[in-house]
Design a binder for this molecule. Structure first.
Ligand code: HMG
Length: 388
């Protein structure tokens, strides 16, 4: 029986920063950011948004009444979670009005955890074809003001419904994965910013992709010419090019051109949002599906990477009519409608996050607007309101 992604949706905050302005403020060449790293705009997170609100906002745009009745598991993947004990999934289950007869769990392994969640969902639905699973991958990539990683920040959430006979894409049983304890990126439990050896992390990503690709070919029997495109985890868009360039000579000349064009399509939305850690590879998939050239029956490669490090490569096959499953989504327009903030405003937003749970503080949540909001702290608890 075919199991896969039935529908998916993306959410990112309404504020964004032009990276040419950031380069100028930091005394860097704008071309370094826009060409060398491949990022043009970055999501900016106000203090009333976090992984729970972004995840709920992504899922709200997706759930029908039938979905709400059939979902009996919520898997919430994040590495910027809001509690060391309670999962983002249990908040999301309440805020989305899902049944109490539901399993709720949070997953963590850097940027990789969304893929683990998706694979768990696939296995569960394969055993229970009448059920659906909601997978949310939500993160805030936060390195610190005026750090080397600053240009690769970003934020957002992807929500996916996994079901039997999916409307969008069937997940193949061809995963190849790899884990290795590497000190390239981590975030101590008392730190709100990541610690990263950026160049090492880039090298680990490239090496994992090259090694996994060799194993994948041997195990699956597929060659590069069998793929209509790849979605990559994109901490910055140049990273996808660095990975793909390693294996491109294996393809025919025409296929090399096609895969490069498809890579540009797979990078388009990440270039305008930045890194969203767990959700990044699935934003790349959405970008490829909306901006690329593929047809039903095509095979797409998905390369998921998380520092620390763990990676997985697998493929999806697009089902007939898959475009309809994405017909209501217009991410390009949504991103164009964000308000661009100045560097000074961005720095204020960055510093106004309420990390101190000991203070009863309120955020500036615009409660007259639709959306899910973090209201603030009360007696050490995070308060939320979903105004959908
Ligand atoms: P950096 O040292 O600021 O930049 O770090 P650089 O000097 O390496 O330059 C970057 C590129 O810009 C280079 O190109 C330069 O040549 C080029 P490359 O050699 O890489 O092809 N350049 C220019 N191009 C045009 N015009 C110019 C110009 N000047 C320079 N004038 C780095 C960059 C990405 C390392 C940094 O921003 C960083 O540390 N970011 C965070 C870490 C990261 O994103 N790592 C990626 C792989 S790890 C991963 O994906 C996991 C992660 O998502 C976390 C998780 O799993 O949870 C991060």
């Amino acid at each position: 029986m075919a199991v896969g992604i039935d529908r998916m949706n993306f959410y990112s905050p309404q504020y964004a920063l032009d990276l040419v302005a950031l380069a100028q403020a930091r005394g860097d060449e704008p071309d370094k950011y826009t060409i060398g790293i491949g990022q043009s705009v970055q999501a900016v997170v106000p203090n009333y948004e976090d992984v729970v609100t972004m995840g709920v906002n992504a899922a709200e745009g997706l759930l029908t009444a039938a979905d709400r009745a059939a979902i009996d598991m919520v898997i919430f993947a994040t590495e910027s979670g809001i509690d060391n004990s309670k999962s983002g999934a249990v908040y999301a289950q309440r805020l989305l009005g899902l049944s109490a007869n539901c399993r709720t769990i949070e997953m963590k392994q850097a940027c990789y955890a969304g893929t683990y969640g998706l694979m768990q969902a696939k296995d569960y639905v394969t055993l229970h074809p009448d059920k659906k699973v909601l997978v949310i991958a939500a993160d805030i990539a936060r390195y610190g003001l005026a750090t080397a990683g600053e240009v690769t920040q970003g934020a957002g959430a992807v929500a996916m419904i996994v079901a039997a006979d999916p409307a969008l894409a069937v997940i193949a049983d061809d995963s190849v994965y790899r884990s290795e304890d590497v000190a390239d990126f981590w975030r101590p439990i008392d730190s709100d910013t990541a610690i990263v050896d950026g160049h090492l992390s880039t090298d680990v990503y490239k090496r994992f992709f090259a090694e996994i690709w060799q194993s994948y070919k041997g195990q699956s029997g597929h060659a590069l010419n069998d793929f209509a495109g790849f979605a990559f985890h994109l901490p910055y868009t140049k990273m996808g090019k660095k990975a793909l360039d390693q294996i491109l000579p294996e393809a025919s000349a025409d296929q090399q051109v096609r895969l490069q064009e498809q890579l540009v399509a797979a990078q388009a939305y990440s270039r305008l949002v930045g890194n969203l850690y767990t959700g990044s590879v699935y934003l790349s998939l959405l970008s490829l599906l909306k901006e690329g050239r593929q047809t039903a029956g095509d095979r797409l490669g998905i390369f998921s990477f998380g520092s620390g490090a763990e990676a997985e490569l697998y493929s999806l096959t697009l089902v007939p009519g898959y475009e309809q499953a994405l017909a209501d989504i217009d991410i390009r327009t949504d991103l164009a409608q964000r308000r661009l903030v100045t560097v000074a405003e961005y720095e204020t937003y960055f510093q106004s996050q309420l990390f101190d749970s000991s203070q009863n503080q309120r955020t500036q949540a615009p409660l007259d607007q639709p959306g899910c909001y973090f209201l603030g702290w009360q007696a050490g608890q995070r308060l939320y309101q979903n105004n959908q």
